[in-house]
Design a protein around this ligand. Structure first.
Ligand SMILES: O=c1ccn([C@@H]2O[C@H](COP(=O)(O)O)[C@@H](O)[C@H]2O)c(=O)[nH]1
Length: 282
């Protein structure tokens, strides 16, 4: 059965649940803080606790693939179970895998994350465009075919990203600006929201030099542990703030393992986002 386009599903989720995305990042230090061992059983317990606590509350879960991959095939099995449970609870899944490669290999990544027959099938995936935006084509095509989304790294939340992303091309545009232009072209005419998003860090301050009007979602990591707050969103995103999906991982996860405390932490961030975004441009 073909599902509605990701952009439409995401807009609906944001309207009904609020836009907050909670990252599932089972850091070894968090496992320890939760009284769990740094092993597959600890990983499984941590992940199940987060999904059970927040699966009916948040719009989007963003599992960070690296924290599962570090346990090999058993870690991926935990991730597969989490995807099924999150889906059952009604949350969208954005796999944070940041894959990038030549087009022929990108086809295999598309099969991994954007093919409904794959055990790691997700609603959307993060991709790196630094082998050229065109190298992402197999994933963009698979996303359209299967009602999925793609989030392309444009302006990442870490300061080191700037040497690549703000480099200026021969045509005078920065690399990031060019990526945003590509995304706007992919999303042209889509309603209510395109399925091709950009990753734009909430840590970056005023971004008015960039045209963030890509008619697609803007994933905003960096809130919480990296120092940004929901109150920063209007300054960073300006008029595009309505399309922002604010993402928090450690800022919520550090409140576990108590489920009520996890829920309360996510609700606090959601409230702060509502306050900040609800008044933006008013
Ligand atoms: O620009 C980016 C892109 C992705 N991330 C990822 O988001 C989370 C952030 O975790 P916090 O604990 O909320 O800092 C993590 O998985 C990163 O890999 C990012 O931070 N910045």
């Amino acid at each position: 059965m073909t599902q509605d386009p990701f952009g439409a599903r995401l807009r609906h989720a944001m309207d009904t649940r609020g836009p907050l995305c909670v990252g599932i990042d089972p850091h070894a230090s968090l496992l320890a803080d939760w009284g769990l061992n740094d092993d597959v059983a600890g990983l499984a317990r941590f992940t199940r606790t987060v999904v059970e606590a927040l699966g009916e509350q948040v719009a989007v879960f963003k599992p960070q693939s690296a924290f599962f991959e570090r346990f090999g095939s058993q870690g991926l099995a935990v991730l597969e179970t989490a995807l099924a449970e999150a889906r059952e609870a009604g949350a969208l899944i954005l796999m944070d895998a940041k894959r990038g490669d030549i087009g022929s290999t990108m086809g295999a990544y598309a099969d991994t994350y954007l093919n409904p027959r794959s055990p790691l099938f997700s609603d959307a995936v993060t991709l790196s465009p630094y082998l050229g935006f065109g190298s992402l084509r197999p994933a963009l095509d698979a996303a359209v075919l299967n009602g999925c989304g793609v989030f392309v790294l444009a302006l990442t939340s870490n300061p080191e990203g700037q040497e690549v992303q703000r480099a200026v091309r021969a045509d005078g545009a920065s690399v990031a600006a060019a990526m945003l232009r590509h995304l706007a072209a992919e999303n042209a005419g889509a309603e209510p929201l395109g399925s091709f998003g950009a990753v734009v860090g909430a840590t970056l301050g005023d971004l008015s030099a960039f045209d963030l009007a890509v008619n697609g979602p803007l994933l905003a990591p960096g809130i919480g542990a990296q120092g940004a707050t929901p109150a920063d969103l209007p300054t960073v995103f300006g008029d595009a703030v309505r399309n922002v999906v604010p993402s928090v991982s450690r800022g919520v996860l550090r409140h576990g393992p108590d489920a009520a405390a996890l829920r309360a932490a996510a609700a606090r961030f959601a409230d702060e986002v509502r306050t900040a975004v609800g008044t933006a441009g008013a």
